[in-house]
Design a protein around this ligand. Structure first.
Ligand SMILES: *Cc1c(COP(=O)(O)O)cnc(C)c1O
Length: 401
């Protein structure tokens, strides 16, 4: 792989006709080291955010030992790349064959569920050849919580309602060696209070079911920095979660887990694209809605951009992007702020595409191939570079009873 100082050097060296994914292993390692040393518990990397084997190795080397996987393909992938990693199968709806393969062939012992049917499926699929029940299962019941503080909801599809959770917690306690409660507050949670409201529901669930709980898993949702979305520092989130989790009625040896996807992967990738046509303030570029810009197209998410080369003399203007496919939906409204004289043939770097960006590329319409290079400069924004405001003076810390 090419290693260059930055995107401009890559564009000059390759003059690429295809988009180029840029990897920043040092940024991903810094994020992993931050979670490994500062989160007051265990950090599981949510593999779906970016399953790149190179990234998995970077995270492992920087101290991430646990991986949240959601499909048997992810189980096999991570097991192949990281033979010693602890895998946690956290999709609440799994095929029985996937559970059986994960348990019997890949050593997976942690599973999540949100229904009695899934519990029965897990119990049966993990039976021994003699029909004996597995005695080493860690089972996490997924509780439905509000996504109101997050940019991206994860509250409709999965999770059992608080009103219904007691019998499921009690039934799971009967068969689990370790019983956990997990939730997901939605992705890009813009305030630590998202976790407080969820943990309040966890408290009510534990009290209502009167069970001993061994794992509290606060899920993902830890935010990155994007244009127009500047969250509080992650230390704020960790402090609030720590204080609230400490006050829960759980077993004295209980563990606190989290499952960051976005926060560990976002800074890992940016992308070089080329302007193939300009129509007013619409730029036709060679990556789009069926590629790494899925969230820009479908959620109207804005990503940081910069023109590569040029003189910096022109004033900046707002631009929208069209992707390369023949589909009208291949449109990213932005606005993306770029020099007003940007022209056909110019290259643009689009930042913060490591989470749910690089992973979203398809081959639709014959596009989606691309080059890869490694660069050494800082990501366009960072939660981990220092220089963010002191969490102790932040007004985003929620005071707890
Ligand atoms: C997607 C997902 C995550 C990661 O969420 P982020 O918002 O990217 O941190 C974690 N846990 C589960 C169960 C998920 O589905």
């Amino acid at each position: 792989m090419h290693i260059q100082p930055d995107a401009l050097a890559v564009a000059r060296a390759l003059a690429p006709d295809e988009p180029v994914i840029l990897n920043r292993p040092q940024a991903a390692a810094r994020a992993a080291g931050f979670f490994a040393s500062k989160f007051p518990g265990k950090s599981l990397y949510a593999v779906k955010a970016n399953p790149s084997p190179t990234l998995l190795r970077v995270l492992w080397d920087a101290g991430i030992t646990h991986y949240d996987v959601a499909s048997i393909t992810e189980v096999r992938l991570v097991r192949g790349v990281l033979p010693e990693a602890v895998l946690c199968f956290m999709h609440p709806v799994k095929p029985a064959a996937a559970i059986a393969e994960a348990y019997h062939r890949h050593g997976v012992r942690v599973f999540s569920l949100d229904s009695a049917g899934e519990l029965a499926k897990i119990v049966e699929a993990t039976n021994g050849a003699d029909g004996a029940a597995a005695e080493d299962l860690s089972l996490c019941v997924r509780l439905r919580v509000s996504s109101e503080y997050s940019e991206l909801s994860l509250s409709s599809k999965f999770g059992i309602d608080l009103a219904d959770v007691a019998p499921l917690l009690q039934a799971t306690r009967q068969v689990a060696d370790c019983l956990g409660i997990c939730f997901h507050v939605g992705s890009q949670a813009m305030t630590p209070f998202a976790y407080v409201q969820a943990l309040e529901r966890v408290r009510a669930a534990i009290v209502g079911a009167a069970v001993v709980v061994d794992i509290i898993d606060v899920g993902g949702g830890f935010p990155s920095i994007y244009p127009g979305m500047e969250p509080p520092s992650l230390e704020d989130y960790f402090a609030v979660i720590h204080r609230y989790a400490e006050s829960l009625p759980v077993s004295y040896s209980s563990e606190l887990w989290c499952e960051p996807g976005r926060a560990l992967a976002a800074e890992y990738n940016s992308l070089i694209v080329r302007v193939d046509r300009r129509r007013g303030n619409e730029l036709y570029i060679n990556e789009g809605a069926y590629g790494a810009l899925y969230d820009a197209a479908h959620l109207g998410w804005r990503f940081p951009v910069r023109a590569l080369g040029g003189t910096d003399a022109a004033p900046c203007e707002d631009f929208a992007f069209y992707g390369p496919t023949c589909d009208d939906a291949d449109f990213m409204e932005g606005p993306f702020v770029l020099p007003s004289d940007i022209a056909v043939g110019d290259y643009i770097e689009i930042g913060m595409l490591g989470a749910y960006g690089a992973a979203m590329r398809t081959r639709f319409n014959g596009f989606g191939e691309g080059l890869e290079a490694e660069v050494r400069d800082e990501p366009m924004s960072s939660q981990y570079a220092g220089g963010r405001r002191d969490p102790r003076v932040s007004d985003n810390v929620v005071s707890l009873r």
